[in-house]
Design a protein around this ligand. Structure first.
Ligand code: AP5
Length: 215
């Protein structure tokens, strides 16, 4: 199965994707933002290429993103299932992704659109904290760790993501509305869009995502 999680930054795409990944062994999570953050941590050429865009809250150029996704899919058994989280993010990426999947004879099964207001996004990103060691995500109010600032899973330090600063969040929302939101109509016209109300708390939202994925 091929699923796409589409929506603004902070809508809860990663939180939901990680939940379903844990319960479905064979499902793979392709989170382009995390792949770029890993590359930056390693100090690779790709990391250096994308750093300036990520830190400013701008989208990474389409050619760089497509190269990363194509590499990720080389030899992959698409039958096992993939959640693409935060990809595609422009109409050009959407069209190039369609071509890639056509070559592999695999249509997208569902595009889950996480609908949420900008004000809720700002609250979520303002309170988000991420473990510097294992990358687990928390929220100071909505999903707090047991001990403030410490990861429950590995006792790593919890910090704010560098692109969760108020200026970067404003830019990310602008980029989303200008370049990513048009994909909502793109996929609605293709008949694959399933809208969920992402303003809900984590558990009720999970039920709606499960229905949308038909899992
Ligand atoms: P990326 O890492 O993909 O960031 P994003 O899309 O901006 O998404 P986030 O990770 O911020 O949010 P999320 O929806 O996963 O929310 P989360 O579950 O964490 O991309 C980062 C950057 O990489 C981009 O800006 C761009 O530069 C680049 N990039 C990546 N892909 C690209 C592409 N395809 N093209 C070009 N550039 C690309 O939840 C947020 C918070 O809310 C957490 O604290 C969580 O605990 C809490 N929370 C989650 N769900 C709920 C809920 N239901 N109720 C209350 N709180 C909740």
């Amino acid at each position: 199965m091929i699923y796409v999680f589409l929506g603004p930054p902070g809508a809860g795409k990663g939180t939901q994707a990680r939940y379903f990944m844990k319960r479905h062994d064979k499902l793979a999570h392709v989170e382009t933002g995390q792949l770029f953050r890993d590359a930056m941590k390693r100090g690779s050429d790709l990391g250096e290429q994308v750093r300036q865009y990520m830190e400013a809250g701008e989208l990474v150029p389409d050619d760089i993103v497509m190269e990363l996704v194509e590499k990720r899919l080389v030899g992959a058994a698409l039958d096992d299932g993939f959640i693409f989280d935060g990809f595609p993010r422009t109409i050009e990426q959407g069209e190039r992704f369609d071509t890639l999947l056509r070559q592999k004879h695999r249509p997208i099964d569902a595009v889950v659109y996480f609908a949420i207001s900008d004000s809720a996004v700002v609250r979520r990103l303002d309170g988000r904290r991420v473990c510097t060691n294992c990358d687990r995500t928390y929220h100071r109010t909505y999903d707090p760790p047991t001990e403030d600032g410490v990861c429950d899973r590995c006792e790593g330090e919890l910090v704010r993501r560098s692109d969760d600063s108020p200026e970067a969040v404003r830019k990310r929302l602008q980029e989303y509305h200008a370049k990513t939101e048009p994909l909502v109509s793109f996929y609605r016209e293709k008949g694959s869009l399933k809208r969920v109300n992402a303003e809900q708390n984590i558990e009720p939202l999970r039920n709606d995502v499960r229905d949308a994925l038909d899992l």
